[in-house]
Design a protein around this ligand. Structure first.
Ligand SMILES: Cc1ncc(COP(=O)(O)O)c(C=O)c1O
Length: 450
């Protein structure tokens, strides 16, 4: 059914006069503009639409508002910072909150991941990490290590580096030859062997051994780094199989490859501990983060780097820039203020512990959707779930789109869809009643589009 036919009659009365100039990202622009999903206000677990309805936000903005929406302490911190210091050049100068935030994030990270390079998004974080990997090998005299290894069904943002190592076909196929010298591990997902698993699947650790095959093909001396999401979020919540990440770590160690965990989604409590690296007991060489670091309030991303990597750059004359990389808005004062206030909330409200405590209840609740019409698989891990729906006979993605519309316009719930998969990822402040509400509304959505 076209979106326009599904929107309530009064929706057009409350939208701006001209929706045309804004070319929306990752959006079906024409369908949106015929029946806009416009939000004007948010608080905690809820958002208010332009036509005055209150919806439960089942996806924490977009995996980012982990402390809930518009939390007072974060809002106040941003306001204070804006009134005091709007901006200072990020190159050769800085401001105190940048150092404080780097220290706080490093303290939350495992092992000797103790230096932070700031940027403004997950995509920038990924490109930064890939560049650091290449530069690291170069300064150590191993400049032939240029290959980067990603994974099928991985999402690493939309920069050229990120789409090159990423494994989502539509994100890649229109953009030319991408980076040269990239290879991909196979996806860890196999529905036949993993369907309806809570947490990490038992099957699939051996898929890490594909890295040995790739090393055999190209030779380790040509490979710089491997980047994976501990849980692939954007392609439908695909947790790493048990033992998989450990095996990747061992193979990387054997061949001198850097291992990068892209924790843009999993960072800041989505899987319980602050970083998924801790949940899995695997220490990567770099972690990329964004989203939850400011609870989605001000754009910020970053890369956590192990001490040995940072130290390798700290050579040569002291007046010379060590890494020719950075952004005008690296460690922007507003983002740093938001980040510090967000980390305070995570600590004071024990939100990471809360996510761990709720994981089983969330998993049980979401798994109750098994058996509804068209549900092919459900996966859960931490406070994240993916629900695969059977594609509509008219084509892939149609049922997913209908589910999103059904949620927004009729079931008062924002859910995320990727193709025909519904993703749920509530804020870590979610209560048991709200989990019940999210699952109930999702059930109604699934029945409506089934
Ligand atoms: C794992 C991962 N990496 C990178 C990104 C890109 O982040 P951004 O949209 O902030 O550029 C995302 C976004 O969802 C992500 O999930």
């Amino acid at each position: 059914m076209p979106a326009a036919e599904t929107a309530p009659a009064n929706a057009s009365a409350v939208v701006p006069n001209d929706l045309e100039p804004y070319w929306m990202p990752f959006t079906a622009n024409r369908a949106f503009k015929r029946s806009p999903r416009l939000v004007v206000r948010a608080k905690d677990m809820r958002v208010t639409t332009a036509d005055g309805r209150t919806l439960i936000d089942a996806i924490a903005g977009m995996w980012c508002c982990n402390a809930g929406h518009n939390r007072d302490p974060i809002v106040a911190a941003i306001q204070r910072q804006a009134a005091e210091l709007d901006y200072v050049t990020a190159f050769q100068h800085s401001h105190p909150a940048a150092f404080e935030l780097a220290g706080r994030i490093a303290a939350l990270a495992p092992g000797d991941l103790d230096h932070v390079f700031f940027c403004n998004s997950g995509s920038e974080a990924v490109d930064t990490a890939l560049k650091i990997a290449l530069a690291y090998h170069t300064i150590r005299g191993q400049g032939a290590r240029t290959r980067l290894i990603g994974r099928e069904r991985g999402y690493h943002g939309v920069g050229f580096g990120g789409i090159s190592v990423g494994g989502i076909v539509p994100n890649r196929k229109m953009f030319g030859t991408l980076l040269a010298g990239v290879d991909h591990l196979p996806t860890t997902y196999d529905r036949e062997r993993q369907a309806f698993t809570k947490g990490e699947p038992e099957w699939g650790a051996h898929l890490a051994d594909e890295l040995e095959r790739i090393v055999g093909l190209h030779d380790a001396s040509t490979i710089a780094a491997v980047i994976v999401e501990p849980m692939a979020g954007s392609t439908g919540v695909l947790p790493a199989p048990k033992g998989y990440l450990q095996r990747l770590r061992q193979i990387c160690d054997r061949h001198g490859l850097l291992l990068i965990f892209d924790e843009v989604i999993t960072g800041f409590g989505r899987l319980g501990p602050c970083f998924a690296a801790e949940r899995y007991g695997v220490l990567p060489d770099m972690i990329t983060f964004a989203k939850g670091v400011t609870s989605g309030t001000v754009p910020m991303g970053g890369v956590l780097v192990r001490k040995g990597i940072f130290d390798a750059f700290m050579r040569g004359p002291e007046h010379v820039v060590e890494l020719f990389h950075g952004y005008t808005y690296s460690a922007h004062p507003l983002a740093c203020a938001a980040g510090l206030a967000t980390l305070d909330l995570y600590r004071d409200e024990k939100l990471f512990e809360r996510a761990t405590a709720l994981e089983q209840k969330f998993a049980d609740a979401v798994m109750s959707l098994q058996g509804l019409p068209g549900v092919l698989d459900i996966r859960t891990v931490g406070l994240a779930a993916g629900i695969d729906l059977a594609p509509h006979p008219d084509g892939p993605g149609k049922r997913g789109y209908a589910a999103m519309d059904e949620g927004f316009f009729r079931q008062d719930a924002i859910v995320r869809v990727s193709g025909d998969t519904i993703a749920l990822s509530p804020s870590l402040i979610v209560g048991e009643d709200e989990i019940g509400e999210i699952v109930e509304k999702t059930a109604r959505i699934i029945r409506a589009v089934g």
